[in-house]
Design a protein around this ligand. Structure first.
Ligand SMILES: Cc1ncc(COP(=O)(O)O)c(C=O)c1O
Length: 398
């Protein structure tokens, strides 16, 4: 069993984070950039490890920006995204030194122009594009459907003047994030092919208003197992396939004209996290085995009902043959992780672990619901002393 001071506990293995960065970097062409999407896991030790490994931060809130700065990234390295931004938060980013944003509409450009001008700043922005048709093979499609993300390709091409530079704002590139958890290299390459065709169309239309594009952020969607054992997605062939695609579509990419970047959350941290929980009760109900654990959707899988995550049905590291209903301690029947987990006979106090929950684990859960404390978080790194902390919610007067 993992050595934890108490349960429930999330354990993050920082060596595995470093290996994941090395694995994904090796699967991407050089020179390209790689952003880490803090939404997957903003734990400070995880962030410091990613920063030291050379990944840049992609943030979409004031909290994520502050976490990135505390972890040691400079504001100049930050890409600030998100489909709706409060003026206060944009001003906070600007005064912190952020100079690269992603916008999703003409209003986003106007807002940035007004706020950047108010503090005498000049910023670069990537325009997020929502393609006209969806791409297959994604765990969760984020393009080609009606959504808050980006401006539709058809809209940009028919009214490019609405998306041009503004005072203080240069539209320096495009951002295409098609979806998450893409299930194969073939599907990834199909997605990137489609994205590059869209880049050609959109950059031609925008050229009179913004000039040559300097950055193309192709997003990602690099998969990783969630709450079940197994290695992260096999990316063999991705690098070669991407080199061919970039050579064909963006002939200047090798000299960074434009500079191509990618983004990843789950592939970089998913396999680094394990949740360790204890059994609180065991009983039979209507002829079925029921196991009640210390953690439920307040600590893992809170967003699965939103399709942000696959339905939670974790694979426990203990395996048996009895189909068991596994719940958390919350006072709602929704707090059920599995109705059929194959488990051995368990007793009160036994410990079970759930692998591969380093991404969208605690930070994608309903931590305020019903007031149970958060699990302790233990970041380990070989022989180094572990980093032990606990996230708390505090109330203060505004
Ligand atoms: C714009 C953007 N970038 C990156 C990510 C990270 O996705 P993943 O963790 O699947 O790599 C997301 C996820 O929703 C996203 O919306």
């Amino acid at each position: 069993m993992l050595d934890v001071p108490e349960t429930p506990a999330y354990v993050y293995d920082l060596a595995e984070v470093r290996s994941s960065v090395a694995r994904l970097t090796a699967a991407l062409p050089t020179p390209t950039g790689l952003y880490y999407s803090l939404k997957a896991n903003p734990h400070p030790a995880v962030l410091e490890t990613l920063r030291a490994a050379g990944v840049a931060p992609e943030v979409c809130s004031r909290g994520e920006l502050d976490a990135a700065l505390v972890a040691g990234w400079s504001a100049a390295e930050v890409l600030y995204t998100g489909p709706g931004k409060r003026d206060d938060d944009v001003l906070h980013a600007l005064t912190s030194g952020v100079r690269e944003f992603c916008v999703d509409s003409p209003h986003g450009l106007d807002q940035l122009s007004t706020l950047a001008s108010s503090v005498d700043a000049s910023v670069r922005t990537l325009l997020r594009v929502n393609d006209d048709v969806p791409i297959g093979g994604q765990g969760l499609a984020m393009t080609g459907v009606a959504s808050q993300f980006g401006a539709d390709t058809g809209w940009i091409v028919s009214a490019p003047e609405d998306f041009g530079d503004r005072p203080g704002v240069h539209v320096a590139g495009l951002h295409l994030y098609m979806g998450t958890n893409v299930d194969s290299v073939a599907a990834l390459l199909a997605q990137f092919t489609r994205s590059l065709e869209t880049v050609a169309l959109v950059s031609k239309a925008l050229a009179p208003y913004v000039g040559d594009l300097e950055v193309i952020d192709l997003g990602g969607g690099f998969a990783a197992p969630f709450a079940r054992p197994g290695p992260p997605a096999d990316l063999t062939g991705l690098r070669a396939g991407l080199v061919d695609l970039l050579d064909g579509h963006l002939p200047g990419w090798r000299s960074r004209e434009p500079f191509v970047t990618f983004e990843s959350g789950r592939h970089l941290v998913g396999t680094a996290g394990t949740l360790v929980v204890r059994v609180l009760d065991v009983k039979r109900s209507h002829g079925r085995e029921v196991v009640v654990l210390e953690s439920g959707i307040n600590h893992l899988g809170g967003m699965s009902g939103l399709r942000r995550l696959p339905p939670i049905n974790p694979t426990f590291t203990v395996q048996g043959t009895t189909p068991t209903i596994v719940t958390g301690p919350l006072c709602t029947p929704l707090d059920t992780w599995s109705k059929t987990a194959p488990l051995p006979p368990l007793s009160v106090g036994d410990v079970v672990t759930i692998p591969n929950v380093g991404a969208y684990g605690l930070y994608a859960s309903l931590i305020a619901f019903l007031g149970h404390p958060c699990p302790v978080e233990v970041a380990i790194d070989g022989d180094q002393p572990p980093h032990v902390s606990r996230l708390t919610l505090t109330r203060r007067t505004p």
